[in-house]
Structure formats: structure tokens, C-alpha cells
Design a protein around this ligand. Structure first.
Ligand code: C2E
Ligand code: CA
Ligand code: CA
Length: 765
């Protein structure tokens, strides 16, 4: 143990502290540099002064010489102690001005001057004046001797013991003060957020611990492309200054790249490099260098120019400080990381949805900002690009789009990424305009050596027209975006208030429908279809009904679009098909063996990958003969994605089921297209049947459809026939089949059977 090491070091040398061991040379400090122990001799006898200094004059204690102060009365000693500090031992005469002057002085030293560290040895010429044991204990007196007892050796031993205990007391006291300072320093550091703030705090607090103003730099190695190799001297990651104060403050934020003109900078950089490489603290060449191990190899070094050597106590304190700072840094990096991942999209570094909601909320609060517009920018066909070219390519593309938004749009806008391929731009109305945003995509993106052309669709919300939270604004923008995609013309759509009401109503209905379906609130009615030649029913169309829990009937025109929109139609449609097939079987069982059943099928159903399986299983399970089942698809459906539809319908036809085109005449079917679809029947839309008796145009369309059917060899049925005149005209036009209120409304299964029976009776009669 070196001479300067105090007897008991703090017992906290755990693993963390091992990292913080000071380089050994630091602890070795030349004895000559150490200040002497100051000994105060208080005695009214001048001879005692000279014999004492003579006896102890040339000795070294704990590696330090002694220096003497002299007082010849208690009063003088008191005045001297009031001025002087760091007196280690007082050799004090008991009897001076008064018999108890010495003891009184001890009391004043301890109580009035508050000097508790200084060791006191009482000396008396007269044994009879020995103080009470109580006093010795009460005033913390180290030793009590008669002058005759104190031979040179004894005096030496007594003073040496007193000095040792003084040193220990000082060390403890310094530790205590230091710990207090560290606790305070760390409490302050903990209150700071972000690595930079904490970095400044560290420089200030470390300076405070060694008794100087904040000065120096805090450095780390940038984790760049070489992440994973913890910053060492092998040059991985450039050395950068996280914080700089005092004379070094110009270095703030700089990179120390190894080329320095300035001697001061060179010293700091070398010290930082060495500290990070050796992973240890040091204090040599007038530079205090502290090492803080960080997470994932991101270590920090604080380099603080120091004009003096530091004491052992300071070493130990700095060690503790380093340990605590490492925890602080870990925490604050954690906080920063958490902040980053909570509010930022890792791919583009842009604010994420959560952050955007905050930003919108902030704008909504400021009335002046309500002129702002929120735009969602959705990349068209991104999923396909991602699938075709791989996710890495997709990621690069997203990053490039993010970058372009940031660099080409006006400054002052908030730009974020809120979904996989949806970006978000928030700002003043004149800066966030559809045309401007779409122009950004005119130039192709250069990704991985390839030029990619990307287009976008926009959904916009004027915050002025929005009431609700930031999250609601994003939802509204999303609704506008969906609308923009649906209409596909301008590529953008502004949200309007009425849309919001409509949507909320729809969402409510969707939930009600879902639970209504589970609870069995749905059922089918069947509307007979008539052969105009015989006026007899040959089949029926199955029509879905929903009697809401509260008893009222919800029109299919209202709930079916919602079922389609939500995808619920897939499940419901299968149920409808099975119900209709089962009903057909019951009708057959009741003797209506040539009866056909038409079932409406939505586009969403038809597009579903398992549609054909579903159809085959429904037929199998119910035993319904396919030849008596017809699927109705609308003309608008027949127009979309012809190639896919042709193939699906081919498969449908192969099951033996036939196909009708519903609402015919409302769409724009091309003849060639119709032929390729292999349909069996056209249904003249009700509007043309209604018009048939009024305008010439009405009858001409009905006539055209009938002719078309004849030419293509397709069956034709007119729907919505309400009166006898319409039926008459249709017959004249050559339309073979009809359906409508004239014959029957949609009927419950029981009513249908009754109606059919009645029809038979009527015919028979
Ligand atoms: P749609 O397929 O065109 O069905 C014919 C609609 O015309 C039915 O309305 C029927 O009640 C009504 N109708 C029949 N004859 C007359 C008449 O003489 N005058 C008048 N004014 N109307 C008549 P509904 O039942 O309200 O159905 C409306 C639409 O809902 C249907 O139009 C169809 O597109 C859809 N729909 C009904 N059931 C289903 C289903 O099970 N699945 C699917 N996907 N859609 C269905
Ligand atoms: Ca229909
Ligand atoms: Ca129809």
C-alpha cells in the first residue's frame, strides 16, 4: 500500500468500479510536493515551544514534514485558529491565563469555531490539574499527558497517532463532502434529458468535484458504418465532441479527425483517444481524463485540463462519480432511444404516427394555425413493388421518398411517415397543395442502380374544417385518401364534414350488422320470376333482409354496401348461397322440380380466392343441382378486371351454375366483352322498365337489350315490372321473362310456397 493510501478505502470495488481504475502513475505523487502537517503549539512557556520544535523538527509523518504554529495564550490561539485552516494537531497547555484556560479553549475550538477534525493533545505541568475524564471524552481530546511524561519519543508517538487519526478524519470528511457533491451532481444530471445536456452537466460537475469551473470536452466515437466494434484506438468511428465548455468550447460538435494545428486541441484529442482505447481514467500531464463505459460500445471520455495533481480522495470520488455518470448516460441514452423509437420511424428517421398526432394536436390548439392542411401521401402500388423487387428495395424506396419530401418541400412543414407506404405532410394551406405534392413524384427515384417511377394518391384535411383530435384528423385524412383511390381521377380528395358523419354512421352500422348477423337477424325473401309466355313462375331471386334488433327493417341498399366495404359480405354471401340452395331443395321437395334460384353475388365475394371452393361446397353440402342455380353479378362488376373475371366465370360455368348480368343497361358493357364472359342471361334494369311506358328512350334501351340477348343467344329478364302495361310492352318487344311487384313482392319461404300453390290452383282452375 503506498504511503499516501488511507487505511480504509471505500469497499465498493465491484465489477463496474474495476473499469474505472485510474492508471497507476496517477497515484504516485512525489512526497516533496505534499504540504506539511501543521502543528499548533499553545503554551505560555516559551521553552516548551522551543523544546517541542526541536524534538519534532526534522521528522516526516505519513510522508509529510511538520510545520509549526505558535500561540502563547488561549486567547492568541483562538484568534490564530480563527484565521488558519488545516491545522492537524494542537499541543495544548492546560494551565495558562487561568487554571482551566486550556480546557476552555478546547470547548471554544469545538463549539464556537466548529473545528472537529483537529486533534488535540493536552499537556500539563501539574498532574493535579488533570481534567475530568468526562471533559476529555466530551471535547474529543486525543491525549492527555503531563509534560514530564512527554519524552521526545513519547511526544513523537503521540503526535504521529494524532496525525494519523487527523488524516483519517479528513479523508472521511472529504469523502462525505465529496459524496454529497456527487449525489447532488448526479441528481442534477438525472434531471437532464438527452445526451448533450447530460454531457454538459458532466463537464460542469466533474469540474466542481475538482474545484474548478466547467472546462474541457466530452467525446465519443461515432458509431457509423462500423457499429459493433466498440470505439477503440483502431480508428473505428470518428471521434466527436458531444459537449465542450470553457477554453475548449469552440470544439463543441466538432469531429477530432487527427489533424490539429492547435496544441490544446491535440492534447484533448490524444487524451480522449487514449482514454477510449485504454478504457480507463487517468490524470497526468495536467489532464484529467475520465472514462465512462456506455452501451453497445458507445463509450465516452471527458477530458478536463487540470493545473494540479489530484488527491487520493479526489481519485476515489471521481471513480464513484464515473460509475454514477455511466448509469446516468445509460439512462439518458435509454430515454433518448425510447424517445426516438416512440416518436420516430426507424427507416426514414421521420416522425411516426404518434409524433404526427402530437404535431397535429399542437396545431389544432393554436387557432392561428387552423389554416393548416394535413395531407396523406400514399404511394400507388407500393405493395406490388415490394413483392416484385424485394423488401430491401422497398425500404430504400421509402427512404428515398421520405428524403425527397424533406428536401423538395418548403421548409417549416412537418413531414412524417405514418404507415408502411403512407407519408404525412402538415403545414400552411398554401404550402401543402395536391399539385405541388404530386409534382414531387414526376422525377423517377434512383434506387439500387435502377430508375423507379412512383405515383401517389393524396387524402387531405383542412384543419379548419375538422373538429376533433389530431388522431381523428389522421383518420379523416385516411377516409379522404380511400375516396381518392376509389375515384382514381384527380389522385387527391379533400375530406368534408359530411363525409365524417356518413362514415361514422357507416361504422356504427357495420358493428350492428356484424353482431346482427351472428344473432340471426338476417333472412332471405324470394321474389318469383315469371315466364311472360305462360305467366307462370319458373324461379325466384333470393333477396337478403335485415331486421335490426330494434325491429326496423334496414334496406339492403344501405347495409349491403357496408357488408361489402367491410368484407363481411364474404361470410354473409356464403350463408345466403347456402340458405338459397337449401330453400331450392325444399321447393323441389314440395314438387317444384324445375324451379330455379337466382342468388346475388358481390364483387368482393367473387374476387375472394376461395369463392369457387365455397360455391362447390355449398352445392355439395345442400345437394342443390347446379343447373337450377343462377348467380347474378352486376354490370358494373362485369366491366372490371375483365381477364380475371373471365377466368372466374369460366370456372363457375364448369360447376354447372349459370350467370346473369344484373342491372343491365346501366353500365357500359362492350359486346365483345359480353361474349367473352359466357353469361347466360341479361337482367334489364328496373329504371328502363319504369321508363318503358313514358319516354321513347326508356323503351328503346329495353328493346336494345332484348335484341342484344337474341343476337348473342342470351336469355333476357325484365326486373321491376309493376303494372300490366309494362308487361304488355315487354311482351311486344319480345322480352321472354319478367320479375316485379306486378306478380309478387319478395316473399318469405312460407309465403312463396303458398303463392306458388295458389298460382297452381289458379292455373288449374
Ligand atoms: P337487385 O339485385 O337489383 O334486386 C332487385 C331489387 O328490386 C330488390 O330490392 C327488389 O325488392 C326490388 N324490386 C323487385 N321488384 C320491384 C318492383 O316491381 N318495383 C320496385 N320498385 N322494386 C322492385 P331489394 O330487395 O331492396 O334489394 C336491393 C339490392 O340489394 C339488390 O338489387 C341487390 O343488389 C342487393 N341485394 C339483395 N340481396 C342481396 C344478396 O343476397 N347479396 C348481394 N350481394 N346483394 C343483395
Ligand atoms: Ca339481383
Ligand atoms: Ca337489379
Amino acid at each position: 500500500m503506498p504511503a499516501s493510501t488511507p487505511p480504509s478505502g471505500p469497499p465498493q470495488d465491484d465489477h463496474m468500479m474495476d473499469d474505472l481504475v485510474f492508471a497507476p502513475e496517477v497515484a504516485t505523487v512525489a512526497a516533496s510536493a505534499r504540504p506539511p502537517w501543521r502543528i499548533l503549539i499553545v503554551d505560555d512557556d516559551a521553552d516548551v515551544h522551543s523544546t517541542t520544535t526541536f524534538a519534532l523538527g526534522n521528522v516526516n509523518m505519513q510522508g509529510r514534514p511538520l510545520a509549526f504554529l505558535h500561540a502563547y495564550s488561549a486567547a492568541e490561539a483562538f484568534a490564530l485558529l480563527r484565521r488558519e485552516s488545516d491545522v492537524a494537531v494542537i499541543l495544548l497547555d492546560v494551565v495558562m491565563e487561568r487554571a482551566d484556560a486550556g480546557l476552555q479553549l478546547v470547548r471554544r475550538i469545538r463549539d464556537e469555531l466548529g473545528l472537529h477534525d483537529v486533534r488535540i493533545i493536552l499537556r500539563t505541568g501539574q498532574p493535579g490539574y488533570a481534567p475530568e475524564m468526562e471533559a476529555i471524552r466530551g471535547y474529543d481530546i486525543n491525549d492527555y499527558r503531563t509534560k514530564s511524561e512527554l519524552t521526545r519519543t513519547r511526544l513523537y508517538t503521540a503526535v504521529a497517532a494524532a496525525i494519523r487519526s487527523y488524516e483519517q478524519i479528513c479523508a472521511l470528511e472529504a469523502n462525505r463532502i465529496g459524496m454529497e457533491r456527487i449525489v447532488a451532481a448526479c441528481a442534477q444530471l438525472m434531471a437532464l434529458h438527452g445526451v448533450r445536456d447530460v454531457a454538459y452537466g458532466i463537464l460542469a460537475q466533474a469540474g466542481g468535484l475538482v474545484g474548478q469551473a466547467a472546462d474541457g470536452v466530452l467525446c465519443t466515437r461515432e458509431t457509423g458504418s462500423h457499429v459493433g466494434t466498440s470505439g477503440g484506438a483502431d480508428g473505428y468511428g470518428r471521434l466527436c465532441v458531444v459537449a465542450a465548455c470553457g477554453a475548449s468550447r469552440d470544439l463543441d460538435g466538432c469531429q477530432l479527425d487527427g489533424q490539429y494545428d492547435d496544441r490544446h486541441v491535440t492534447r484533448l484529442a490524444l487524451a480522449a483517444e487514449k482514454t477510449l482505447a485504454q478504457r480507463a481514467c487517468s490524470a497526468d500531464d495536467g489532464m484529467l481524463a475520465l472514462y465512462f463505459p456506455g452501451k453497445a460500445g458507445r463509450d465516452f471520455a471527458a477530458c478536463i485540463p487540470l493545473g494540479r495533481t489530484i488527491s487520493d480522495v479526489e481519485h476515489r470520488l471521481l471513480k464513484v462519480f464515473c460509475g454514477m455518470v455511466a448509469v446516468c448516460l445509460d439512462n439518458c441514452e435509454l430515454v433518448t432511444d425510447l424517445n426516438k423509437s416512440a416518436f420516430h420511424d426507424p427507416l426514414t428517421g421521420l416522425p411516426n404516427r404518434t409524433r404526427m398526432v402530437e404535431l397535429i394536436d399542437a396545431r389544432l390548439v393554436k387557432a392561428a394555425d387552423n389554416g393548416a392542411v394535413l395531407a396523406l401521401v400514399d404511394l400507388d402500388h407500393f405493395a406490388e413493388t415490394n413483392d416484385a423487387l424485394g423488401h430491401r428495395f422497398g425500404d430504400l424506396l421509402l427512404a428515398a421518398v421520405g428524403q425527397r419530401l424533406c428536401t423538395r418541400l418548403a421548409p417549416g412543414l412537418d413531414i412524417g411517415r405514418i404507415g408502411s407506404d403512407i407519408f404525412c405532410v402538415l403545414g400552411d394551406a398554401e404550402l401543402v397543395q395536391p399539385a405541388q405534392l404530386q409534382t414531387l413524384f414526376r422525377d423517377s427515384f434512383h434506387i439500387d442502380g435502377q430508375d423507379v417511377q412512383v405515383s401517389s394518391t393524396l387524402g387531405l384535411v383542412r384543419l379548419l374544417e375538422h373538429d376533433g383530435s389530431g388522431a381523428d384528423a389522421l383518420k379523416d385524412a385516411d377516409i379522404a385518401l380511400k375516396r381518392a383511390k376509389l375515384q382514381q381521377r384527380t389522385g387527391h380528395f379533400y375530406f368534408s364534414r359530411s363525409m365524417g358523419v356518413e362514415i361514422r354512421e357507416r361504422v356504427r352500422m357495420m358493428h350492428a350488422l356484424r353482431s346482427g348477423f351472428r344473432r340471426g337477424e338476417l333472412f332471405l325473401h324470394y321474389q318469383p320470376q315469371i315466364d311472360l309466355a305462360t305467366n307462370r313462375a319458373f324461379g325466384a331471386e333470393a333477396l337478403l333482409r335485415w331486421q335490426h334488433g330494434d325491429g326496423h327493417l334496414v334496406p339492403p341498399d344501405r347495409f349491403i354496401p357496408i357488408a361489402e366495404y367491410s368484407g363481411l359480405i364474404v361470410e354473409i354471401g356464403e350463408w345466403v348461397l347456402r340458405q338459397a340452395c337449401a330453400e331450392l331443395m325444399r321447393l323441389r321437395a314440395a314438387g317444384h322440380v324445375a324451379f330455379t334460384m337466382s342468388v346475388n353475388v358481390s364483387q368482393v365475394q367473387l374476387r375472394h380466392p376461395h369463392f369457387l371452393d365455397m360455391l362447390r361446397r355449398a352445392l355439395d353440402d345442400t345437394g342443390a343441382p347446379p343447373a337450377f342455380i343462377e348467380l347474378e353479378i352486376t354490370e358494373s362488376m362485369a366491366m372490371e378486371e375483365p381477364a380475371v373475371l373471365v377466368e372466374t366465370l369460366e370456372h363457375v360455368k364448369r360447376t354447372g351454375v349459370s350467370i346473369a348480368i344484373d342491372d343491365f343497361g346501366t353500365g357500359f358493357s362492350s359486346l365483345s366483352h359480353l361474349q367473352r364472359l359466357q353469361v347466360d342471361r341479361l337482367k334489364i334494369d328496373r329504371t328502363f322498365v319504369t321508363e318503358i311506358t313514358g319516354s321513347a328512350r326508356g323503351s328503346s334501351i329495353a328493346q336494345m337489350v332484348v335484341q342484344l340477348g337474341r343476337n348473342l343467344g342470351l336469355s333476357v329478364i325484365a326486373e321491376g315490372v309493376e303494372d300490366e302495361r309494362q308487361a304488355q310492352i315487354l311482351r311486344q318487344l319480345g322480352c321472354p321473362l319478367a320479375q316485379g311487384f306486378l306478380y309478387a313482392r319478395p316473399l318469405s319461404p312460407k309465403a312463396l310456397l303458398a303463392w306458388l300453390a295458389d298460382e297452381t290452383v289458379t292455373r288449374a282452375a
